[in-house]
Design a protein around this ligand. Structure first.
Ligand code: HEC
Length: 90
């Protein structure tokens, strides 16, 4: 029974938890050339005020540069840049 529960909940918990090392990789590959690696370089007029806005920007930039990112990529990268640079509350 324990094993069954584990198998049932595994995919769900994998999806729910953002992967910070994937986010770091993705950011380094596709975003750092404009926004910087040591610190985050803001390029627009407006700083995101919360996670929703930050996610929206990650989505916008990744679409604008035709990166073909899925929701998980966006979530991982948002999580990474928030932990490293923005430190916004959820
Ligand atoms: C070719 C350069 C370039 C690349 C690559 C790029 N961005 Fe941007 N990004 C910009 C510019 C320019 C703005 C400001 C746009 C505006 O304010 O209208 C911006 C805005 C943003 C913002 C809003 C806050 C701010 O800094 O103004 C975030 C967050 C962001 N980008 C994240 C990302 C992420 C994540 C990636 C990787 C998928 C990425 N960007 C890739 C140029 C880039």
């Amino acid at each position: 029974m324990r094993k069954l529960l584990f198998v049932l909940f595994l995919p769900f918990s994998l999806m729910a938890e953002p992967n910070i090392s994937d986010g770091k990789l993705l950011y380094g590959e596709s975003c750092a050339k404009c926004h910087g690696t040591e610190y985050y370089q803001g390029l627009g007029m407006s700083e995101p005020n919360d996670i929703i806005e930050l996610t929206h920007w990650v989505d916008t930039c990744s679409q604008h540069f035709n990166l073909d990112w899925n929701d998980q990529d966006i979530e991982d990268t948002t999580y990474y840049i928030n932990r490293e640079f923005f430190q916004l509350d959820r």
